[in-house]
Design a protein around this ligand. Structure first.
Ligand code: SF4
Length: 291
C-alpha cells in the first residue's frame, strides 16, 4: 500500500505542488491525503484560496486545527471546514496557553499548530509514521530549507526533484489560472507572523493595525505561560521586541514600506529592517524536530 500525504500550507507554491502531484503522480500511490492546518490567525484570503483550490483542482483538502492535549502529549486535531474554521485565533491561543508565546528562542508554533495536528489526523485514519511519503512545497530556489533527515522521514520535495520550480515559474503558472491568492507578498502566513522582517511588520502595522491586536493580547495575558525559566514575560518579536514597542516604532514612521527601496534615514532606527526568520509566502512544516 503506497501512500502520499500532501502538506498544503495555503500558499501558491504548495497549491501548485498539490495540483501537480494529483495530475502527474496519482498513479504511483494507492492513497493520497491533502491537509491544510488552520491556526486561527490566517488571512481570510488564505482560507478562501484553500477552498478555491480544493474546488478548482479537486484536491480533496481536509482542514484540521490543533487541539491541545495533556501535559507531555503533542497536539491532536479536530477536523473543520472553510465555514467552521477559526478566525479569532482560538487554536493559536490554546497553544500559547500551554507552551507559551512562540518566538525565535521558542519556535514551537508550526510544530504544534500545523505538524502535530496533521500527524494526529493521519494516525486517526491508520497512517502510522513511516507508512507514507510526505510532500513538502519547497522550491528549487529554497533548497537550503530541505530537512536534514528527509530520507529517514520519507519527505519528498517534488518541486526540486521532479519538476524544477522557482518563484518566477510558480508565478507564471498562476498568471494563467482563473484565480490567485489575493495577498501582497508580505501578507502571507499568520497575519502578523513573528518570523516576518521588521519592515514587513512596520508596513502591516500601518496598513492593518488591528491584525496586531491578537499578539498584543497574547503578550498581555500569556507572557508567563508555558516553560519560563527566569520568570521574564515572553514577547513575540526579534530582539525581544513586544507588539507595543513595534507599534510605537511604526507610529514614528521613518521607514520605507515593504516592497520599496530603503531610504537613508532608516539607519536612525538602529534596526535591521529586512532580517527575517525565513517566513516567505508560506509556513511550511518541518519534520526535523519530530522523534
Ligand atoms: S505562520 Fe508564523 S506564527 Fe503562524 S504558525 Fe507559522 S511560524 Fe508560527
Amino acid at each position: 500500500m503506497s501512500r502520499l500525504f500532501i502538506s498544503f500550507s495555503g500558499g501558491e507554491t504548495s497549491a501548485f505542488m498539490a495540483q501537480w502531484l494529483l495530475a502527474n503522480r496519482a498513479d504511483r500511490y494507492d492513497e493520497i491525503v491533502c491537509l491544510f492546518a488552520n491556526t486561527g490567525q490566517e488571512n481570510e484570503a488564505t482560507l478562501r484560496f484553500v477552498q478555491q483550490c480544493d474546488d478548482g483542482y479537486g484536491l480533496g483538502v481536509t482542514w484540521v486545527e490543533a487541539v491541545v492535549n495533556d501535559r507531555g502529549q503533542a497536539c491532536g486535531h479536530r477536523v473543520v471546514s472553510h465555514g467552521t474554521a477559526s478566525r479569532q485565533g482560538e487554536p493559536f491561543e490554546s497553544v500559547v496557553e500551554k507552551y507559551g508565546i512562540p518566538n525565535q528562542a521558542y519556535p514551537h508554533c508550526t510544530r504544534e499548530l500545523k505538524l502535530n495536528p496533521m500527524i494526529s489526523y493521519l494516525r486517526s485514519i491508520g497512517w502510522e509514521s513511516g507508512s507514507y511519503d510526505s510532500a513538502i512545497g519547497i522550491r528549487a530556489d529554497e533548497i537550503d530549507r530541505i530537512a536534514g533527515n528527509a530520507r529517514e522521514k520519507r519527505l519528498i520535495y517534488p518541486l526540486i526533484s521532479d519538476i524544477e520550480m522557482t518563484k518566477p515559474r510558480v508565478n507564471a503558472w498562476w498568471q494563467q489560472q482563473p484565480f490567485r491568492l489575493q495577498l501582497k507578498g508580505y501578507e502571507g502566513n499568520c497575519k502578523w507572523c513573528w518570523k516576518k522582517s521588521f519592515r514587513k511588520h512596520l508596513t502591516l502595522m500601518t496598513e492593518h493595525p488591528e491584525w496586531y491586536d491578537f499578539p498584543e493580547r497574547m503578550e498581555r495575558e500569556h507572557g508567563l505561560s508555558g516553560h519560563n525559566v527566569d520568570g521574564t514575560p515572553r514577547v513575540f518579536f526579534r530582539q525581544g521586541m513586544s507588539t507595543q514597542e513595534l507599534r510605537e516604532i511604526a507610529a514614528g514612521g521613518g521607514f520605507t514600506p515593504a516592497g520599496d527601496d530603503a531610504q537613508v534615514y532608516e539607519d536612525q532606527l538602529s534596526l535591521d529592517l529586512d532580517a527575517s526568520n525565513g517566513c516567505s509566502e508560506s509556513c511550511e512544516i518541518s519534520f526535523e524536530e519530530v522523534a
